[in-house]
Design a protein around this ligand. Structure first.
Ligand SMILES: O=C(O)C1=C[C@@H](OP(=O)(O)O)[C@@H](O)[C@H](O)C1
Ligand SMILES: C=C(OP(=O)(O)O)C(=O)O
Length: 424
């Protein structure tokens, strides 16, 4: 039976909001912490773990390899054990599961088969599979360089030096680095190709590896080298997801009100931290307070010209704000987001223009020319961040209906209820 609330009428905001929000944990930090916990030298705890589709898929994947991952409470206890036995891993639509789990599956003594949602078979992974073959892992992928594929583990991975083209996703590099210490010769990853996107996410990988006592050399551009050795068991407290803060801070921007995100970290590798400067450029007032990060919206939002290459996952929310701004905007450097949960450039261009704004789609970005907007169905293409973009526009425009808002469960539990409760 179809859900009578799909498409979901996005709540309108009629007056400036004034709210403080506590956001769930970061998907990127949680899934890195879980992978390292599973290959560590003892049990550990991932505190304030994010309970969402992507992290539960990761927990299930690691459990099926052989780890014990107890997800029953708010803090998840991981007890590593040798990876044995044949098993299947469901990647859903989680890039972190599809890219981070295969390299550690090489350490198994069984055959590990990977598949996921229909669109996951289109998302890029071939460079990781080719790299694993070169590092001594037996990979079977029907020659497509995509899901479905399987890894026939032998209990160890020789490792060594490998050259990849990581211009389609930083996760290719992160995946090899996360497993590398457990390879016999470690791993030395060199990138050859157009610039690697989302570099803060590689910095995040390097930082968490070092917290686990792993020796990583990232002193040279486009080269990362991980020495072989133990991965120390370390407890983590997961920071709030700063990329998922985007729709909430955007609510301050569109209503001219104030939103504070509690516990915004002082220092972080999360790319969402870049929202501080993006929102300032758009005319918001951004301050740190004792509580967290406080954003107050302007009377009029300004258009921006931004290269989002390093922070591509912020594009849908930023594009939504650009649609509501006073002047045109240009978002550049983001060809790689065509390989995200959907082709985000085409999806945004299609949905924004359907509501009446002018949009020019470029191979690596979008130009957005604001115009009076009308309501209509906002399609989300199974993409959580497309849903965020729809609710931001829907807060400012009558009659926006967000299709499949439940797709936000990829990284945020009960997003729609949480969002509705904030609007006065
Ligand atoms: O490593 C990670 O946790 C991520 C890296 C980035 O991927 P890309 O480099 O494919 O953009 C980012 O967009 C994604 O949301 C999360
Ligand atoms: C690109 C994203 O996710 P994934 O980890 O599935 O690549 C995202 O969350 O914006």
């Amino acid at each position: 039976m179809s859900d009578p609330l799909d498409p979901w009428p996005a709540p309108r905001v009629h007056e400036p909001v004034d709210v403080v929000v506590t956001l769930p944990g970061s998907k990127s930090l949680a899934n890195r912490a879980l992978v390292l916990a599973a290959i560590a030298d003892g049990p550990s705890v991932v505190r304030r773990a994010l309970r969402s589709r992507d992290t539960l898929l990761m927990a299930r994947g690691l459990t099926s390899l052989g780890s014990d991952v107890d997800t029953s409470g708010a803090d998840w206890r991981v007890t590593p054990a040798p990876f044995t036995g044949d098993t299947d891993v469901d990647c859903g639509l989680a890039g972190t599961v599809m890219r981070f789990v295969p390299p550690i599956a090489g350490l198994s003594t069984g055959t590990v088969s990977f598949d996921g949602d229909p669109h996951m078979r289109q998302r890029p992974i071939g460079e990781v599979l080719t790299a694993l073959l070169a590092l001594g892992v037996d990979v079977r992928d029907e020659g497509r360089g995509a899901l479905p594929f399987s890894i026939r583990g032998t209990g160890s991975v020789p490792g060594g030096t490998v050259v990849i083209d990581a211009s389609a996703s930083s996760q290719f590099v992160s995946a090899l680095l996360l497993a590398g210490a457990r390879f016999e010769h470690g791993v030395d990853v060199r990138h050859d190709g157009k610039p690697v996107p989302s570099l803060p996410h590689i910095d995040m990988t390097v930082a968490i590896l070092r917290e686990h006592g792993v020796d990583v050399d990232d002193s040279e551009a486009n080269r990362w080298s991980v020495a072989p050795g133990a991965v120390k068991a370390v407890d983590h407290v997961i920071e709030p997801d700063l990329s998922n803060a985007a729709p909430f801070l955007a609510l301050a921007a569109v209503s001219g009100g104030t939103v504070t995100v509690r516990d915004w970290p002082e220092h972080t590798t999360q790319p969402g931290d870049e929202l501080r400067s993006i929102l300032s450029l758009m005319g918001c007032t951004v301050e740190r307070t004792d509580v967290g990060l406080q954003v107050t919206g302007p009377t009029r939002l300004q258009g921006v010209d931004l290269d989002l290459h390093d922070v591509g996952e912020l594009t849908p929310a930023v594009a939504a704000l650009c649609t509501l701004a006073e002047g045109p905007s240009h978002l550049r450097g983001i060809a790689h987001i065509r390989g995200h949960e959907t082709d985000r450039i085409t999806a945004l261009a299609t949905e924004i223009s359907a509501l009446g704004a002018g949009v020019v789609e470029h191979p690596d970005g979008l130009s957005i020319i604001p115009a009076p907007l009308r309501g209509g169905v906002w399609h989300t293409y199974a993409d959580h961040r497309m849903a965020h973009a729809g609710v931001i526009i829907g807060a400012a425009v009558d009659g926006v209906l967000v299709e499949d808002v439940a797709t936000t469960s990829k990284t945020f539990p009960d997003f729609a209820d949480f969002w509705s409760a904030l609007l006065p």
